[in-house]
Design a protein around this ligand. Structure first.
Ligand SMILES: Nc1nc2c(c(=O)[nH]1)N[C@H]1C(S)=C(S)[C@@H](COP(=O)(O)O)O[C@H]1N2
Ligand SMILES: [Mo]
Length: 425
């Protein structure tokens, strides 16, 4: 008889505790293979979003001054205009679609979390630490992401920074995990076939062979669902979530599918599209946007313009999307004065960066910096009108910035002043 000390504690640490006949290396490998492409899309588009926020320009960077930028800055282009709508729409839709697969995979690998003895060797210890970082990291990035797009912030750390650094921990653990598990998956797919177990209906659902250190059960119960039944349920959940998330980006007939999106239309008419921060929430005094409002241009020359002055300048109309980091986007027809014309009016020559400052006194996003390329693009506007009507207060009246391909956060509303600076490049 074994000594008492060798016996696992009762409950989930006992090998006989886990009885689902569906669990095993094949199921976990299959779910992992389905999850991986979604994670790759999320990682690539996530880092692109970081680049689009222009970390090289202080005011838009991920962290506070002096925080770590783990990736080199790249110049975010202004074409095609829907670039950020696409990359961030994919980021959010693939992230949301990954959740059912992630949960199913955690369920399938659950016995691994209760291995006994907890550490068998130094290699096993490393394996378990990387597993803890993988499970913790994946839950952290996916759930902070979901809560963020639902506009729920039950924490007091910076979401952007935590999600960004969390992603590095998660991806590093994932690489270690892949290196370790690739042989396991190859063996499972070789022995059972990549889709072999999907052919079995409930009556023919057999447990995978159990041996030490696999998740296949020692004493399997009778199946209550086939593997294909389980995977069809998970897959339908994943596809359904993808569809309702992509409706926020695709718009048109797909838009009503996004019924769980917290930012809906705000009624009909030219200004009836999503609002991020409403005028009411901005804390701006209504008087400040009235006839006395002046736009201050701060460059080699200081210029003050009324809305009337701006409307008397040459107007340009562009169809451009607002594309929010939350994954929604909406293309509207904006009319106003090109930012490059305002730069010239302020006496700027050559490439200039600019910072647009809102009338807003408090809160994030009340100013944004644009690169020289963004400021020079003739489609970058200080918009005064949208879809043929004056901007509504909620969409930034008297004037707002709109820039092709940039994240919505660069499109400052209720602009009070624009500062132009010689670009360093
Ligand atoms: N002054 C100000 N401008 C702002 C914001 C803000 O909070 N304050 N939010 C930004 C963000 S994050 C987005 S996505 C867009 C949304 O524009 P919309 O509300 O007109 O759709 O406005 C941007 N401009
Ligand atoms: Mo946004």
């Amino acid at each position: 008889m074994k000594g008492l000390d060798d016996r696992p504690p009762p409950g989930p640490f006992r090998p006989g505790f886990w009885r689902s006949p569906l669990r095993g290396p094949w199921l976990t490998s299959f779910l992992g293979s389905a999850l991986l492409p979604l994670i790759v899309v999320c990682a690539v588009t996530g880092f692109l979003s970081h680049a689009a926020y222009l970390p090289g320009l202080g005011d838009n960077r991920v962290g506070a001054e002096g925080s770590l930028d783990l990736l080199p800055a790249i110049d975010w282009p202004t074409s095609p205009a829907w670039l950020y709508a696409l990359t961030q729409g994919l980021h959010v839709a693939c992230g949301v679609a990954a959740i059912p697969i992630l949960l199913a995979k955690l369920w399938s690998a659950m016995p691994k979390l209760f291995e006994w003895p907890p550490v068998r060797s130094p290699a096993h210890a490393l394996d378990r630490i990387s597993l803890a970082l993988l499970v913790g990291g994946s839950l952290f990035v996916f759930f902070t992401g979901i809560l963020n797009i639902q506009l729920f912030y039950p924490w007091d750390f910076s979401f952007v920074r935590a999600h960004y650094y969390g992603a590095f921990i998660f991806l590093a653990a994932l690489v270690l995990h892949l290196v370790g598990k690739l042989p396991v998956a190859r063996r499972a797919f070789r022995d059972r076939g990549v889709i072999g177990p999907l052919r079995a209906d409930l009556a023919h659902t057999e447990p995978e062979p159990s041996s030490a250190h696999t998740t296949a059960p020692r004493s399997p119960a009778a199946p209550t669902i086939s593997r294909r039944g389980l995977l069809a349920t998970v897959g339908a959940g994943s596809l359904g979530l993808f569809a309702i998330a992509i409706g926020q980006v695709a718009g048109g007939p797909l838009r009503p599918l996004a019924f769980l999106a917290p930012r809906g239309r705000t009624g009909d008419g030219p200004n009836g599209f999503q609002v991020n921060k409403s005028f009411g929430a901005s804390g701006i005094d209504t008087g400040a946007t009235g006839p006395d409002w002046r736009l201050v241009l701060d460059g080699p020359r200081r210029v003050e313009l009324s809305r009337h002055d701006l409307l008397a300048m040459a107007q340009r109309t562009e169809d451009l999307p607002i594309a929010c980091v939350e994954g929604w986007s909406t293309t509207q027809s904006w009319t106003g004065v090109p930012l490059s014309a305002l730069a010239r009016l302020a006496g700027a020559t050559g490439p200039v960066e600019l910072t647009a400052q809102s009338l807003q006194r408090a809160g994030s996003f009340r100013q944004a910096t644009l690169s020289a390329e963004q400021a020079a693009d003739p489609r970058s506007l200080l918009a005064l009108r949208v879809n043929g009507a004056d901007l509504s207060l909620d969409h930034g009246y008297p004037a707002r910035v709109i820039v092709p391909a940039a994240p919505g956060v660069h499109c400052t509303k209720w602009v009070g002043s624009i500062e132009f600076r010689q670009a360093s490049a």
